[in-house]
Design a protein around this ligand. Structure first.
Ligand SMILES: [Zn+2]
Length: 241
């Protein structure tokens, strides 16, 4: 694998993701919403930053962009659909576009639902998905701007990625998502095992993510919903949980 991703915990429960491409040493940061801890993490990793990737326009994903950009003088990549509410973009991308990163390429997947202009980045080399606030471990993003049908379709695209894909999401919501998942799917054995591992990681002060897409397919109630109607029902239940 040539691309690796490590979470940088920021704010209350957000993760920025530090990406490293091992052939050229290229380094990128995803959703740098808090400049200071991110600059420190980059300095610790060698002090090189080649690119900033943005999944969506919410402040808890972009607030540190200008400061990090000014420090490392690197290009910013984000959704063309949200150019008007993102920091200044050097590469504005849409569905099917690719982003060159060192020796590898990321594919852009539009995933509307949480926001209208949400995008995810998938690195086939390394099997890394930057899922922003679209797909969480054991959960999915709230439908702030999109419809259940849009989110269901966005998740359908992610479900089609290889089963060993690492899901690198924007928040540490897994334990709270687990309480809901267990409430709606109490007899799911794989879910109980999954939650046991999450509890161990969190008790040890470790991030619960990235998770593996193939596992999420067996335990995430939003990925288990077979059609739009069931997805809509699960999402509505979670909103009131
Ligand atoms: Zn968000």
């Amino acid at each position: 694998m040539t691309v690796t991703a490590s979470p940088v915990p920021i704010l209350n429960d957000n993760y920025a993701w530090l990406l490293r491409e091992s052939v050229t040493g290229a380094t990128a940061i995803v959703d740098p919403a808090d400049a200071q801890p991110i600059i420190e993490a980059i300095e610790k990793a060698g002090g090189r930053l080649d690119m900033i990737l943005l999944t969506h326009h919410h402040a808890d994903h972009i607030a540190g962009v200008d400061e990090v950009r000014a420090r490392f003088n690197c290009p910013v990549v984000g959704a063309v659909a949200d150019m008007h509410r993102l920091p200044k973009l050097d590469q504005a991308v849409k569905e099917g576009d690719t982003v060159r990163f060192g020796d590898v390429t990321a594919e852009v997947i539009e995933t509307p639902g949480h926001t209208r202009g949400q995008i995810n980045f998938f690195f086939p080399d390394g099997g890394i998905l930057l899922s922003g606030d679209t797909l969480f471990s054991l959960g999915c993003g709230r439908l702030i701007e999109g419809t259940p049908a849009e989110m269901f379709d966005s998740l359908r695209k992610l479900k089609a990625l290889p089963a060993d894909t690492l899901v690198c999401c924007g928040h540490e919501y897994t334990e709270s998502n687990a309480r809901f998942a267990l409430a709606v799917d109490p007899d799911n054995k794989a879910l109980h095992e999954f939650v046991g591992k999450v509890e161990q990681l969190r008790a040890a002060g470790q991030p619960s993510v990235p998770s593996v897409l193939g596992d999420e397919l067996k335990v995430n109630p939003f990925l288990l919903a077979p059609d739009v109607a069931s997805f809509t029902a699960v999402r509505a239940k979670k909103d009131k949980f």
